[in-house]
Design a protein around this ligand. Structure first.
Ligand code: SF4
Length: 140
């Protein structure tokens, strides 16, 4: 699966018709968004793409992508659950991604819902490892 597209291809695809956007360079790949989405199976896919992890080392990683955005009910649970601020409503711009990441990391201990305890759940840790080092798991 060495023909993974650059993350901007998926970003642009979601820009066309999805109610959400994902700024992939600050997405951690823990799949918290997919975990909380009530319609995850009909909306989300996890796809290989060329992207860095928090701006470090660009390579093929697995990341969430809205394959069927028309099934989204715009409840924004996934946006609330995103620990990094990478996922947000389509109309919200990300002007300074590094600051967005820092802000969201600092507020994580104070979030009542989807805070540190949620992010460090075993299943998210496993997704984080698999999605950031997929070659070790034989996934790419
Ligand atoms: S907004 Fe709600 S329905 Fe849409 S992808 Fe997020 S969690 Fe799922």
């Amino acid at each position: 699966m060495s023909e993974a597209l650059h993350w901007t291809a998926y970003y642009k695809e979601m820009e066309k018709n999805a109610p959400l956007k994902i700024y992939y360079p600050i997405c951690g790949g823990g799949e918290e968004c997919i975990f909380v989405c009530p319609y995850a199976d009909s909306i989300w896919e996890v796809v290989p793409m060329e992207v860095s992890l928090f701006g470090v080392r660009h390579k093929v990683r697995l990341r969430p992508f809205m394959a069927n955005p028309e099934a989204c009910k715009k409840c924004y649970l996934c946006v609330q659950a995103c620990p990094t601020g990478a996922l947000r409503p389509a109309e919200e711009e990300i002007k300074r991604p590094a600051l967005v990441l820092l802000y969201n990391a600092l507020r994580l201990p104070f979030k009542k819902r989807y805070g540190l305890k949620f992010v460090f759940r075993k299943e998210h840790g496993e997704k984080f490892k698999r999605n950031n080092w997929p070659e070790r798991y034989g996934v790419v």
